[in-house]
Structures are given as structure tokens and as C-alpha cells.
Design a protein around this ligand. Structure first.
Ligand SMILES: [Zn+2]
Length: 282
């Protein structure tokens, strides 16, 4: 399975612009492993395949902790990373949508969760050290880090709307304008608005309303336990509008029916961004 990527990377051609078609057997195996990809219609699947191939040509994969990266692993990441772009791709040139991710090259795969050392300084100037288990991380202008165990399990965890690759790459989309604030760059005319500024106001207002509703549900579930309905989305989404956007986007792509049933307003808001009536890049 390693040969195809090795051949791609070992050639004398410069990295990037030499996308080679993904072999059929490898593509079919990926669809079988991640049923939410197999559920895309034929046109979207074919765009995703072309984008995945371009993604593999543009990015460099690193295995941490002795992890050996196979073709199937790299393609699994590529296909899920490209999924949020599949309806934003310009007709005739789907790979152009990868411009959303052109601020970085490296994708680092760890075998499992990574324990990161963190420190925060509180308002009294006291520095607190703590450890945090991460399944993924995305930084502005930096590489994306992912736990392979979580990537590999994404076919099963789609039932909970969970997907670490989509989460981190949606953070990348959010970060496109330099800030992880839950508001990605929006095109003029978005949701019928007259200007980009108005589009951003409208997006923020609607996302904030959904975020507050969700945060209230999480708080009620924590306080009253089984007496109230526990929200379906990961409670981590209540951390901030940026995490809410990333977590909700996971569910939107891997379990859209459930998200719609749970929160039609949130589903429709994400639909307006990820599946615009006219495909266009901002
Ligand atoms: Zn996050």
C-alpha cells in the first residue's frame, strides 16, 4: 500500500502541482471505511477524489512516535480534510478550493492522544500549569496535528457526530482571517446580505444564538443530570463560538440527518456556508 505515495514523493518533480489520480482500489477501500464519504452523491465523490489527490500532492505527512504512514492513512486524512470544501469547489477545478488550506504544509499524525503541557496566567498573575489530552490541534500558519487512532475510528464515531479531521480543518477555515472566532471569511452576498461586513454580523448573530442555546442545554444537563435531555453534540462545543463552529461542522458532515433533527437552525446556518447555492471562493 505504501508504493503509490512513495512513488509520488520520490520523483524529481517539485512538491505540489503534480496531482496523480488516486488508485481505484485505494479509493474504494477509503469509502468503505468511512461510510459518510460513500453517502456523497457521485459528483461530490468525484470532486472529493480529485481534491484528495491534490491535497496529497501539496501536503507533507509526518508520523510521530514511530508511526509509519501508509497510503491508506494519508488518503483517509486527505479525503476527510477535503470534505468541508466539497461544495465550495469551483466547477471544473475542484482542487482550487484547497486554497483554504494553503497556509501550511505539514500534517503530523500521532499514534493516539497527545498530552500537552499548558500554562495559563490568571488575573492575579499566578501561572497555572496543567496537562491536556489532545486528539488534534490546528494553529494559524502551522501544521495540523491528529491522533491516528481517532482518525481511524471516524467511521464508527460518526454516530455521535464526531470527526477529528473535520474539526481541525474547520478551525483552519475559521483561522483564514487570522482569528479563531467561529466566523470564517464569508463571500459578499452571503445569505442575501449586501456587504461582507453585514454577512459577518449576520453569521455571528445566528451562530451566537445557537451557541447560547447549546451552552444553556449543557449547563442544564450538568446541573440536573438525567432529569433533562443531554445535548447530542459534544459538550466541549460550549467552550467558545470557535469550538462550537468546529464541533457542529463535524456533525454537519458526518451525520447531517441527526444534526438537522436535533437543531434545524444550526444545520441550515452551516448549510448556507458549506453548501452555497452558487459555488464560489471568498
Ligand atoms: Zn477545537
Amino acid at each position: 500500500m505504501l508504493n503509490w505515495l512513495r512513488r509520488r514523493f520520490a520523483g524529481a518533480l517539485p512538491r505540489g502541482r503534480t496531482a496523480r489520480a488516486v488508485p481505484d482500489a485505494l479509493w474504494q477501500a477509503t469509502l468503505a471505511h468511512y461510510p459518510f464519504l460513500a453517502e456523497l452523491d457521485d459528483a461530490a465523490q468525484s470532486r472529493l477524489r480529485e481534491m484528495s489527490s491534490a491535497f496529497l500532492g501539496q501536503k507533507e505527512f509526518f508520523g510521530a512516535g514511530g508511526l509509519i504512514i501508509t497510503d491508506a492513512m494519508a488518503l483517509a486524512v486527505a479525503a476527510q480534510a477535503c470534505l468541508p470544501l466539497v461544495y465550495l469547489a469551483p466547477p471544473g477545478n475542484p482542487a482550487a478550493a484547497l486554497g483554504w488550506y494553503d497556509d501550511f504544509v505539514g500534517v503530523v499524525l500521532h499514534p493516539g492522544e497527545v498530552v500537552a503541557r499548558r500554562e495559563v496566567t490568571d488575573e492575579d498573575g499566578v501561572v497555572h500549569h496543567y496537562r491536556e489530552a489532545l486528539t488534534g490541534e490546528a494553529m494559524d500558519g502551522g501544521p495540523v496535528m491528529l491522533s491516528w487512532a481517532d482518525v481511524a475510528d471516524a467511521g464508527h464515531t460518526a454516530a455521535q457526530g464526531y470527526n477529528v479531521v473535520i474539526h481541525e480543518f474547520v478551525h483552519k477555515m475559521d483561522l483564514r482571517d487570522g482569528e479563531a472566532d467561529g466566523c470564517p471569511p464569508l463571500p459578499a452576498g452571503f445569505m442575501g446580505t449586501a456587504s461582507v461586513a453585514e454577512a459577518r454580523r449576520q453569521w455571528r448573530a445566528r451562530l451566537q444564538a445557537e451557541f447560547e442555546k447549546f451552552s444553556d442545554q449543557v449547563a442544564a444537563a450538568e446541573r440536573f443530570g438525567s432529569l433533562v435531555d443531554t445535548p447530542w453534540l459534544d459538550p466541549y462545543a460550549a467552550e467558545s463560538p470557535s469550538e462550537f463552529f468546529a464541533v457542529a461542522s463535524e456533525a454537519y458532515f458526518v451525520n447531517p440527518g441527526k444534526l438537522q433533527a436535533q437543531s434545524a437552525g444550526l444545520h441550515d446556518l452551516l448549510d448556507a456556508f458549506f453548501r452555497p447555492p452558487q459555488r464560489a471562493l471568498p
